[in-house]
Ligand binder design. Structure first.
Ligand SMILES: [Zn+2]
Length: 388
């Protein structure tokens, strides 16, 4: 039986999410805790950080900002610049860049110089396909790239401070130890960076991938990090993170949202704009755990006081977990995978405890190709976790 948080719309099938005795999830608890944090003190801490890393001369950049070009990286770069830091923006090329993504990536350069890794597309594509088949995540090499390449640049360019964005465990829920941290290090990446137990070394030999091919994906050694004195911090520790108000602020700084409709699988148009196949990644999460991007967004809006829970339930019903047809078409074109193989991989990751199946155990679909939850009436939302 799936249980839902009694204050947001998150199910307990979300990995690493725990509930208190009243059936409230830990992401809601940390959202409540955020209201009691003394943000002025955190601001003072941030000022100290800036003072510590701001160079007295102009011999090098002050910090690195890993950027996708999205709303979060815009905000990070904006804050760095506003605080008097001279950032080097570091970008890892996405799987299939969209036009809007390119426009935003160009825009972000108003905050500083940018370094982009144009990866070997053949090696990367092999990893996309392997990640999809093996751990059900087509964005697997992208997660590695965006977390690893900026650190390699920090070591190589001797720029010790890296400013990451939100702490996703704090915003979306996760183990307490990961929520309280303000730094991102190798351990955080391995545990919470979405690697799903697959290591970079495991890619050696896949379709002829060699160790040499994997250089951009190799995390620097502890010794290299120590020598360079690398410090990675989450800006979300110092600033009260709020996606919607930050997006509005960034729109005043040239950031563009999607104007021609909503992003597939959710009711928003400000996130996941830069990468065409990310809808497949989100859909994989849905088939594995029974919740999609609309759930994440509704949870954030509820926790930030922008939405009543009933409204969130309605939006989840309407948008969550719909088959992302555009993203799938893009992914098939990119990977040259047959639809048949795509579907069979999807089926292999679909949780049969959550979705209805036929007599052979294959997932059932409605006329639009969408999976059918066992609990269709969503009455389950009204039963709090504490009651069951
Ligand atoms: Zn909750």
């Amino acid at each position: 039986m799936v249980r839902y948080c009694s204050t947001c719309v998150m199910p307990d099938t979300k990995p690493d999410l725990s509930f208190d005795e009243k059936g409230v999830c830990d992401a809601c608890l940390s959202a409540a805790a955020k209201k009691t944090i003394n943000w002025q003190e955190r601001e003072a801490e941030f000022k100290k950080l800036v003072e510590r890393f701001k160079r007295k001369d102009s011999s090098n950049y002050d910090c690195i900002i890993p950027v996708s070009g999205g709303k979060d990286s815009h905000y990070q770069a904006y804050i760095a610049r506003k605080s008097g830091l001279n950032p080097l923006l570091v970008h890892f090329e996405p799987t299939m860049r969209t036009e809007l993504g390119l426009k935003n990536l160009e825009n972000i350069r108003r905050f500083g110089d940018m370094l982009e890794l144009k990866k070997n597309p053949n090696v990367y594509k092999k990893m996309v396909i392997e990640g999809f088949r093996r751990v059900g995540d087509n964005e697997w090499p992208n997660h590695i790239g965006i977390f690893t390449f900026p650190i390699r640049v920090a070591v190589a360019y001797k720029i010790p401070l890296i400013i990451w964005g939100e702490n996703s465990q704090l915003e979306y829920g996760g183990p307490k130890a990961s929520r309280m941290k303000n730094t991102l290090d190798r351990r955080w990446l391995e545990e919470f960076g979405g690697l799903l137990g697959l290591r970079v070394e495991d890619m050696v030999g896949v379709e002829g991938i060699s160790e040499q091919d994997l250089i951009p994906y190799q995390y620097p050694t502890d010794e290299e990090l120590q020598v360079a004195g690398i410090t990675g911090v989450f800006l979300g520790y110092y600033k009260k993170w709020d996606a919607r108000s930050q997006t509005e602020l960034m729109q005043k700084n040239g950031f563009s949202i999607k104007e021609d409709g909503l992003v597939e699988g959710t009711y928003t148009n400000y996130e996941n704009l830069d990468e065409a196949t990310v809808g497949v990644h989100d859909y994989l999460k849905f088939v594995k755990f029974g919740f999609g991007r609309a759930t994440d967004h509704a949870c954030l809006d509820i926790r930030n006081g922008r939405m009543a829970r009933e409204e969130g339930v309605a939006l989840v019903k309407k948008y969550d977990g719909k088959l992302p047809k555009i993203s799938i078409a893009d992914f098939l074109a990119y990977s040259s995978m047959s639809r048949k193989e795509f579907d069979s991989v999807m089926d292999s990751f679909t949780d049969k405890a959550i979705f209805m199946t036929d007599e052979h155990g294959s997932p059932l679909r409605d006329n639009d190709g969408n999976l059918i939850k066992k609990y269709q009436d969503y009455s389950i939302f009204t039963q709090s976790a504490a009651q069951s």
